[in-house]
Ligand binder design. Structure first.
Ligand SMILES: NC(=O)c1ccc[n+]([C@@H]2O[C@H](COP(=O)([O-])OP(=O)(O)OC[C@H]3O[C@@H](n4cnc5c(N)ncnc54)[C@H](O)[C@@H]3O)[C@@H](O)[C@H]2O)c1
Length: 271
């Protein structure tokens, strides 16, 4: 997809950070934007500000952890906007801290939003895009953590490895239908993600904590810089959209380690 003017985009997690950065970049190019977010007040504020840029914008309070909420979002998009052209499957939360401290509640909190949520939104909107029969584009937000794992924030990393796999499958499945798919893999971006455990229920057993991300993201790239990078990635139909070139070496090391293990097949086991 090369032209965004007049298209309708849905952005989950669009009231803050990367989602809001994408929403602003889309609006600047004349796209209409549906801001879908758990934080209804922030979503309304974002949609009001986007409307001031001269586009149509709608705020829809949405919880990607609940199927009926995502179905209501899809129905609102059809009714109010006449359908969807671009989906940004972006809502997410973070928990860090050492792997050994991760609890089952940590795991469920993160996986429910970051992986199950991406699946719910992806499946419901794929159905809508296919019914419409007018092509479209999907960007699923993973992370560089979808390729690099370091023994901390394990639920987060597992969720993002999952988003990479889900998004790759979607790209293959939807290509014949004229629907493009990219996986967004940001490095550290200065957003509200380090405060995302405010969404946890008081009853949960806490091991990991989201503030652990703060030293990495504070002073990092601003969300406003991410939006244009994402739109350029869509125009070039990139399978993966990266934001930080300085992480190239960490990726090279990972894949070299993987390939070196193939070289050692048949070699006598060490020790
Ligand atoms: N900030 C980074 O460094 C970074 C790096 C890589 C990937 N990411 C990913 O980018 C995406 C956006 O995160 P961000 O950094 O902009 O954080 P953010 O906290 O600023 O924005 C996330 C938004 O998602 C919303 N949200 C949370 N739970 C939700 C739910 N159940 N249903 C609907 N909305 C929900 C929040 O209200 C918030 O507005 C996430 O998937 C995150 O994992 C962020």
């Amino acid at each position: 997809m090369r032209e965004f003017r007049g298209k309708t985009a849905v952005v989950t997690g669009g009231a803050s950070g990367i989602g809001l950065g994408i929403a602003r970049a889309l609006a600047a190019e004349g796209a209409n934007v549906v801001v879908a977010d758990l934080d209804a007040g922030a979503a309304k504020q974002a949609a009001d500000a986007l409307r001031a840029l001269g586009i149509r914008s709608l705020a829809v309070a949405t919880d990607v952890r609940r199927t009926e909420s995502v179905e209501a979002l899809a129905a609102a998009v059809q009714k109010e906007m006449g359908g969807v052209d671009l989906l940004f499957n972006n809502a997410g939360v973070y928990l860090g801290g050492p792997m050994r401290r991760a609890t089952e509640d940590d795991w469920r909190f993160v996986l429910d939003v970051n992986l199950d949520g991406v699946f719910r939104v992806g499946q419901i909107f794929t159905k809508l895009l296919l019914e419409q029969g007018r092509g479209g584009y999907v960007v699923n937000t993973a992370s560089v953590g979808g390729f690099l794992s370091y023994g901390a924030g394990v639920a987060y990393t597992v969720s993002k490895y999952g988003v990479v796999a889900y998004s790759e499958a979607m790209r293959v499945d939807l290509a014949p239908e004229g629907i493009g798919v990219s996986t967004l893999c940001p490095g550290p971006i200065d957003t509200n993600l380090p405060a995302s455990d405010r969404f946890r229920a008081a009853s949960e057993q806490v091991g990991g904590f989201s503030e652990a991300l703060s030293p990495l993201t504070r002073g990092g790239m601003k969300p406003g810089e991410v939006g244009p990078i994402v739109l350029a990635g869509i125009r070039n139909e990139l399978p993966y959209i990266f934001t930080h070139d300085d992480l190239r070496e960490a990726f090279a090391q990972r894949f070299e380690t993987v390939l070196a293990c193939f070289d050692r097949i048949g070699a006598p086991a060490a020790g």
